[in-house]
Design a protein around this ligand. Structure first.
Ligand SMILES: Cc1cc2nc3c(=O)[nH]c(=O)nc-3n(C[C@H](O)[C@H](O)[C@H](O)COP(=O)(O)O)c2cc1C
Length: 187
């Protein structure tokens, strides 16, 4: 699949079939993460592949929502899809030199893990698989469920499986609303 086609056609998928994903396809998705760029090639991303139903159920229970009393819209997908990918980061690597931050933004692991995640999400789409980036969850609970060691942060997760819905496009700003010329704010 052409890269621009994958970028434009990918949608967040929150309803999945229970059909299994082949190891070959799973490995292709993980390989896409492996090739993501990272700060000074420090490669801080760590990925936990979860297939066990009990664990996926616990991950669904660890999700949160931005609106009180409402479930995270992607929580059921963690139980439906056969695989959940949880992206973590080794701390004090990205954005750091000798363990100390090199910029005023402190650590850059969110950026590096996001690159790994987006590589996976696009690769998955090109294989006919669905995903949804998920950031709304109790990271401490997820770390406990997956035995993530000290010195690491749980950043994001996504279900991975065959889509059982074809969601409508969510609108995007026009180019002239996000791109400036030569100077911020200049059209
Ligand atoms: C960092 C990040 C965190 C997100 N967290 C959640 C989440 O916890 N639950 C959810 O249902 N969707 C989540 N989303 C999906 C967004 O709502 C979705 O990408 C956006 O509405 C655009 O829709 P599209 O992905 O179909 O283009 C997240 C997306 C990003 C990039």
């Amino acid at each position: 699949m052409d890269l621009m086609q994958a970028i434009k056609e990918r949608r967040s998928i929150r309803k999945f079939k229970s059909d299994p994903v082949s190891n070959e396809d799973l490995n292709k998705v993980l390989e896409a993460a492996r090739w993501a760029p990272s700060w000074a090639n420090t490669q801080c991303s760590r990925i936990v592949v979860v297939q066990d139903y009990e664990k996926r159920d616990q991950l669904a229970k660890a999700t949160t929502s931005s609106r009180p009393g409402r479930e995270n819209g992607a929580a059921p997908a963690l139980r439906q899809a056969p695989i959940v990918i949880v992206a973590c980061a080794e701390l004090n690597k990205s954005g750091c030199f000798d363990g100390l931050p090199s910029t005023d933004k402190n650590e850059w692991y969110m950026y590096d893990v996001a690159l790994s995640m987006e590589h996976m999400v696009l690769a998955a789409h090109a294989l006919g698989l669905g995903t949804v980036h998920m950031g709304l969850f109790d990271a401490a609970k997820v770390a406990e469920i997956l035995s993530v060691p000290q010195g690491h942060a749980v950043v994001a997760m996504t279900p991975l499986g065959y889509p059982d819905e074809a969601p409508a496009v969510r609108p995007r700003k026009n180019i002239d609303q996000i791109v400036y010329s030569e100077k911020f704010g200049e059209k």
